[in-house]
Design a protein around this ligand. Structure first.
Ligand code: NAD
Length: 346
């Protein structure tokens, strides 16, 4: 059998470097493509065994059908989240693997970096001192010690975030659809979390059920001045409702590494263009909003782990019966995927 051929969509300079390092012995034939995977670009995967995709590649019904028709056997996500893949439609047609953990520290630490930057006004102070403006007016922050942080999603990233928060002397409460028994985490209902938290941080996957869980109703239950951190997926938050909440001075600050309409904007340089998304432009214009462009994962440790795990997922799929990091709609819903990752899901 020849080398496994992979169409690598939406490549960036840093991806290419880490994957070239991981593929030093040229085990795989990787075709690097700058374009995102869409219905129109999927024909570029003709003749490939697998496609490798990231968070903003749209693996929808028609893309899945076309890939399967062309004989592509595997969608290898080089990320943990898989909300951009219609895994129910993929079942029985094309297998899907992901990188469930590459550096949960990278994401949790970025969430903390955003929080500290925001509440201590570091983003403002940085610009001021660059201009030799040493005034402190308007830079008053608040102590994290003694504040209550509400964590939504207590998986790998959420738990590291919780540990760091505890190090700051914060009180931690959490909500998870599947609470971790015996973890010592103080689980509360979502309503209680909205009502009691000074800071709320999201670390759960995006599903149909929790899309726009931050909306005008949930915002109305939150404390005045609450700080919202989202390093998870943009559509957990209704952006219009967020803007309204900030304008009404209900939300004290927002730290956003993800945005619901990010796919057309994030990862690109639009510094010489007019961005058409008015909601994003409004958010960025606000002094108490910090936006990073889906950067939380971006550490050298995480990139190396992503490349190693993605290539080992692909190797395992084509060489063995097992597929440790496969995800199908059955195992994703914790319902009845009989294979339990000891075999391929179908
Ligand atoms: P994980 O699977 O280890 O943990 C997710 C947790 O969320 C689990 O405990 C699960 O029970 C819980 N959960 C599932 N559905 C829920 C719901 N409806 N409400 C509340 N909790 C729910 O995942 P992880 O590795 O900790 O990653 C969490 C999320 O972080 C990912 O889904 C992804 O969206 C995001 N992420 C972002 C970046 C980035 O660069 N910004 C990088 C990696 C991951």
């Amino acid at each position: 059998m020849g080398k496994t051929k992979i169409a690598f969509f939406d490549v960036k300079e840093y991806d290419r470097k880490s994957f070239e390092d991981a593929n030093k012995i040229d085990e795989f034939d990787i075709v690097y493509l700058e374009t995102r995977l869409t219905q129109d670009t999927c024909k570029l995967a003709e003749g490939c065994d697998a496609v490798c995709v990231f968070v903003n590649d749209d693996v929808n019904v028609s893309v899945i059908d076309k890939l399967a028709e062309m004989g592509v056997k595997l969608v290898a996500l080089r990320c943990a989240g898989y909300n951009n893949v219609d895994i129910e439609h993929a079942y029985g047609k094309i297998h899907v693997v992901r990188v469930p953990a590459y550096s949960p520290y990278a994401v949790a630490e970025h969430a903390i970096a955003l929080l500290l930057t925001s509440i201590r006004r570091i983003h403002k102070a940085y610009i001021r001192t660059k201009d030799f403006n040493f005034s402190l007016n308007g830079l008053t922050g608040f102590d994290l010690h003694g504040k209550t942080v509400g964590v939504v999603g207590t998986g790998k990233i959420g738990r590291i975030f919780i540990d760091i928060c505890r190090g700051f002397g914060m009180r931690v409460i959490a909500y998870d659809k599947f609470p971790a028994q015996g973890s010592g985490i103080d689980y509360v209902t979502l309503d209680e979390l909205w009502e009691r938290s000074d800071i709320i941080s999201f670390h759960c996957p995006l599903t149909d059920e929790n899309r726009h869980m931050v909306n005008s109703e949930s915002i109305s239950k939150m404390k005045k001045g609450v700080v919202i951190i989202n390093t998870s997926r943009g559509a957990l938050i209704d952006s219009e409702a967020l803007v309204d909440g900030i304008k009404a001075r209900k939300i004290g600050a927002a730290c956003l590494d993800v945005y619901e309409e990010e796919s057309d904007v994030f990862f690109h340089d639009y510094s010489n263009h007019i961005v058409n998304d008015d909601t994003l432009a409004r958010l960025i214009s606000m002094p108490n909003v910090i936006v990073t462009s889906h950067q939380a994962f971006l550490t050298s440790e995480a990139l190396a782990n992503i490349a190693d795990t993605t290539l080992s997922n692909i190797r395992e799929f084509f060489e063995r019966d097992t597929c440790s990091n496969e995800i199908c709609y059955k195992c994703a819903n914790l319902s009845n995927c009989k294979q339990e990752h000891t075999k391929k899901c179908f």
